[in-house]
Design a protein around this ligand. Structure first.
Ligand SMILES: CC(C)(COP(=O)(O)OP(=O)(O)OC[C@H]1O[C@@H](n2cnc3c(N)ncnc32)[C@H](O)[C@@H]1OP(=O)(O)O)[C@@H](O)C(=O)NCCC(=O)NCCS
Length: 157
């Protein structure tokens, strides 16, 4: 796979996957907004072979010592081949390289695939945002905390 930051030129392809991945997909305007947010990063994964078709993407914010994952999606035809894992691993690598304390995200409570993916990286359920995605459609808050963080805080007094 080839990784690159998202640009305006990528938006048609990104929206193609986005619309096939979510009941309430992000709009073009929302992706354009993310491109202007200084603490937002969106990384695309493309196929190695020409014409380097878009396979998936991940968008996250880094604010202070926290990362928030805002969006992850993989082309429906390319799922269950490890792409989602690679995209989340990219964010976790970023967390490991910097003084990041927590990584958080919201996920539909019935999204078993995504929940399993995040659990495999050590994310734990940290709460519920009721009706977050609409009436009766709750979001699970999942958090990864840097190992040893709680102990470090205690040691600092
Ligand atoms: C969630 C999503 C990104 C996973 O991408 P993917 O490329 O299929 O995931 P991977 O092949 O890397 O799988 C990684 C792990 O995710 C979990 N997983 C993926 N698909 C799964 C499925 N259909 N059922 C259960 N677990 C699944 C497994 O734990 C898997 O590890 P394993 O293969 O060792 O069992 C993808 O299904 C997707 O784009 N869904 C629609 C958008 C979405 O829901 N995004 C998350 C928003 S919070």
């Amino acid at each position: 796979m080839i990784f690159s930051p998202m640009t305006v030129a990528d938006l048609d392809e990104v929206l193609g996957i986005e619309r096939r991945s979510f009941p309430e997909p992000w709009s073009r305007g929302l992706f354009l907004h993310e491109l202007k947010v200084p603490f937002s990063t969106t990384v695309l994964a493309r196929a190695d072979e020409e014409p380097h078709r878009l396979i998936g993407y991940v968008c996250w914010w880094m604010v202070g010592d926290e990362i928030q994952i805002l969006n992850v999606a993989v082309d429906p035809e390319q799922r269950q081949k490890g792409v989602g894992h690679t995209l989340v691993a990219l964010v976790m690598h970023e967390a490991a390289e910097r003084p990041v304390r927590t990584v958080t995200l919201e996920v539909r409570r019935d999204n078993a695939a995504a929940i399993a993916l995040y659990r495999s990286f050590g994310f734990a359920e940290a709460g519920l945002r009721r009706h977050y995605y609409g009436r009766g459609d709750h979001a699970l808050i999942m958090t990864w905390t840097r190992p040893g963080f709680a102990a470090d805080v205690a040691a600092d007094g």
